[in-house]
Design a binder for this molecule. Sequence first.
Ligand code: DSN
Length: 428
Amino acid sequence: MSALKDSDREVYEIILSESNRQNNFLELIASENFTSQSVMEATGSVLTNKYAEGYPGKRYYGGCVHVDEVENLAIERAKKLFNAEYANVQPHSGSSANMGVYLAFLNPGDTILGLDLSHGGHLTHGSKVSFSGQIYNSVTFHVDKNTGLVDFDNLKKIAQEYKPKMIICGASAYPRTIEFEKFRDIADSVGAFLLGDICHNSGIIAAKKHPSPFPFCHVVSTSTHKSLRGPRGGIILLGKDYENPFKIVAPKSGRIKMMSELIDGAVMPGIQGGPLMHVIAGKAVAFKEALSDNFKNYIQSVLDNAKAFEKNFKDLGYNLVSGGTDTHLVLLDLQNKNISGKQAELALDEAGITVNKNMVPFDPRSPFITSGIRIGTPALTTRGMGFDEIKEITKMIDLVINNFDNEKVISSVKNNVQELCNQFPLNL
Ligand code: DSN
C-alpha cells in the first residue's frame, strides 16, 4: 500500500489498524471469513475502473471484452460449484440478491413467508424494518420452543392461512441443516414459490457436506463471503431454467419469459446499474478455490470445529439453541448465565474475542440487548486453528462470561488471545 501511504495517510492508517485488529483478535462472527490473497488481488485490481452495464455480449458500453471473459468465467464456475443451470453473479450482496429475486417474481403487496428474525431469520426475509417487509406483505414462521428446530407444523399452518406467493427458507442464525425437501412439500401444498437463501451454508453446500437446495428450491440466493470465503457480494442460481410459472410475457412477442430472463432484468436494470467487475473477478477466483479438494477439507474442519465448540460448551453447562449444531455455528442461550448477549459481546471484545450478540428464539430481551451470542468457525478455521485451540478458546469465553465485570480477568484473557493469535499469523 505504498501509494496510499504517501497520498492519504489517514485512510492508510485506518486500514493498517483494521489489519492489526484482524491479526490480533479471534474472529468468531459466523458470517465473516478471511479471503485468500488471490481473491484480494482480483478484488483490488484494475477491473474496478470498468463500466459494464448489461451482461456478457450485451453491454451498454464498449471495451468490455475482458470483463465479459471474467464474468463468463465466474458464471461457469458458479454453475459447476452448485450444479446449477443458471447463475447471475452481479448482485452486490446477499440482500441485493434477495431484492433481485423479489423484484423478478413478486408484485408489491404480494405475501411472503420467512423465518422470524428473532428465530434466526434475516432482515430481507420479511422484517418490517427492511424493504422486504415494507413493499411486500410479510408473515413469519418460527422454530419450536422445545427443540429449537423449524416448526414445520407452524409453517404449514401459517402457509395455509396466508397462502404466500413465496416461501423463503434459509437463515442467519440457525445452527441446523436446512431441510429443503420439507419446505418444498409445504410450498407445493399452497402453490408457493420456494426461495432458498443459502447465505450461511453456501460453502458447506459447495463442499457437498450439506444437502443441496436443488431440485427443491425454485431459485437460490447467497452471499459469497461467508463460509464460501469469497469477496463481499451475492449471486442468484437456478437449478433448472424454465418458463416462469407466473406467466409473465415478453411485451413484443407475447412469449412467456424464462426464469433466468426475469432474474437478469430484475438485477440489472431493475435494482442495479454497473456491476462491480473487480468483485466479480474475486468471485471467479473464490469459486475456483471452492471447487478444490483443499476447500472440501477446509469445510470439514469448519464443521469439526463447530462440533468441538458444541461439546466443550455443553460440558461447561451452557445451553445451545437446538441442542447443538450441524453447521459452522453454535448459538449460545445465556439466560442461565446471568449475562445478556450485549454484555457478553462487549466483555469478549475487551478480551480480543469478536462475536455478535444474537436473539435466541422466544427471547424476552430486545434485539439491542438479546439473550444470546452467535459463534462461528469459518474464520478461525481459515487461520488454521483446530481442536486444541477451540478447547482453549471455549475456556477463555467461559472465563470472560463468568467474570464479565472483572478487568483483571479480561486483561489476562486478552494476553492469552494475543499469544494464540501470534501462533497463527494471518500475514495480512
Ligand atoms: N449480516 C449477516 C450475518 O451476520 O449473518 C447476514 O447477512
